[in-house]
Write a protein that binds this ligand. Structure first.
Ligand code: EPU
Length: 427
């Protein structure tokens, strides 16, 4: 991957045409990497995206005692070698760089009986507490102390419990799930998050020898197995529905026709329905999805919700599509109230958007006009790239390191579809 001291420069493009392959999901691979702490030996992950967050998670795991190395970046195969001598400490310097570092909590606690983890901070789009992770693990017998910015958890052996979430938190579901794998007895997680990436984690754990019922549902039942009884496996990471949606949005704003190899329409049903309302033609095909976009899309209203609802991560893309659609769309954010920061950047590109609390009202304009902008986070950064495709003149995007955290060669893939886009050294 190129260094992040670069800008992405985009000029009005389109229509985008052709085919791209959707890479593996960031929000799955990071959790699978953390779950490799549960077994000694060599875990092999395939379809791993070449993104900065994978490298950062690799650094964190290597501080704990698992080495992560590419068997091949070309084939996107990552090998994780767990020698069994783990240091269950996640230091501040690494935790602050990546939210998914919280995912080592469950595996380390259940395997080592103790963990010291730097408290994760907030994100650019708001506060991100871990109270549900902690209360779920407490119900399983863990005790927590917070000292000097670290959460210290201990539990000689966790036991099964009934854990009912007030809200289906992705991270909390994953931590309780991985912790329950070696707990004594049965753990029932009610109102569990059921994102496809959680399904992928469940499948990975089952392949390793865990005993989990209800995979894909909001009630997960985990029967604890003996510590040491899991085995390393070879597992293919589920394709990234957010990256898939990014290419759909790019086709949408440029009036293109593309095919997304390896995209799973069944993981994006609600979003695809909304895209249909906007005038996109979407066809589920063997091994992918076909997308056809009209010359100009129609506006629609969208609200974010936990899966199977429309994910908050799609929202910057949807807002961007609405900026150039015909009519007015209202977008409501139900997960992260502060997640509208990029709106000011889109306004710099000439978008007509007003926000009120967790609502954004977007009035479509015929086209945007290029300007320098800054990516505030991964998804908003990708949305600004998409906006640049519909903007007259040049859009120069800074903060590219955010985009590199979650996108595997966004620029190369868009170029292959005919986009006028490049990375350029920042001057
Ligand atoms: N929440 C609590 N207490 C908790 C846990 C969560 O109040 O103990 C709240 C959060 O503050 C937030 C909501 O619940 O308002 C959702 O949080 P959740 O735990 O579901 O999210 P997460 O696990 O922290 C993952 C993704 C995010 C994605 C969200 C929602 C990863 C690494 N991150 O975060 O992805 O937005 O689920 O779908 O999986 C991204 O990839 O750019 C990204 C931010």
């Amino acid at each position: 991957m190129e260094p992040a001291t670069e800008h992405i420069v985009v000029r009005r493009s389109g229509p985008l045409l052709g085919e791209v392959t959707v890479p593996g999901a960031k929000n799955s691979v990071l959790k699978l990497m953390a779950a490799s702490l549960l077994t000694d030996g060599v875990t092999t992950l395939t379809n791993v995206p070449d993104i900065a967050d994978v490298a950062i998670m690799g650094d964190l795991l290597s501080a704990i005692g698992v080495t992560a190395e590419w068997q091949s970046t070309e084939d996107r195969v990552l090998r994780l070698t767990n020698h069994g001598a783990l240091t269950p400490v996640a230091p501040y310097e690494l935790v602050e760089r990546i939210r998914a570092s919280i995912n080592v909590l469950g595996p380390l606690l259940t395997r080592c009986g103790t963990v010291r983890l730097s408290l994760p901070g907030g994100d650019d789009f708001g506060s991100r507490p871990i109270d549900m992770h902690m209360s779920g693990l407490e119900a399983m017998g863990a005790t927590f102390q917070i000292r000097h910015g670290y959460v210290e958890a201990t539990a000689d052996r966790l036991h099964g419990a009934n854990v009912t979430f007030d809200f289906p938190s992705v991270g909390a579901t994953e931590n309780i799930l991985t912790a329950a794998v070696f707990a004594k007895g049965t753990t029932v997680i009610d109102n569990a998050a059921r994102e496809p990436e959680i399904g992928d984690l469940c499948q990975f754990l089952v392949e390793m020898g865990a005993d989990i019922e209800g995979v894909g549902s909001s009630k997960l039942v985990v029967h604890g197995v003996e510590r040491g009884s899991l085995r390393p496996v070879v597992h293919e990471v589920v394709p990234d529905r957010i990256q898939a949606a990014t290419y759909m949005a790019a086709a949408g704003v440029t009036g293109g026709e593309i095919r997304l190899r390896n995209a799973h329409s069944e993981h994006m049903e609600m979003l695809l329905r909304r895209f249909g309302d906007m005038g996109l033609g979407i066809t589920a095909q063997e091994g992918g999805i076909g997308v056809w976009a009209p010359a100009r899309m129609r506006a629609t209203d969208v609200a974010t919700l936990p899966y199977p609802g429309i994910a908050t991560d799609y929202k910057p893309l949807v807002v961007t599509m609405l900026t150039v659609a015909e009519g007015v769309g209202i977008v409501t954010e139900n997960l992260y109230p502060g997640r509208f920061r990029y709106v000011e950047e889109l306004q710099r590109l000439g978008a007509d958007i007003s926000t009120d609390g967790h609502h954004a009202v977007v009035r479509g304009v015929p086209h945007l006009s290029g300007a320098p902008v800054r990516a505030p986070d991964i998804r908003a950064g990708a949305a600004l790239v998409v906006a640049g495709l519909a903007a007259e003149g040049e859009t120069v995007i800074g903060g590219v390191h955010h985009i590199d955290r979650g996108y595997d060669d966004l620029v190369g893939r868009l170029r292959s579809l005919g986009a006028d886009i490049e990375r350029r050294p920042a001057v």
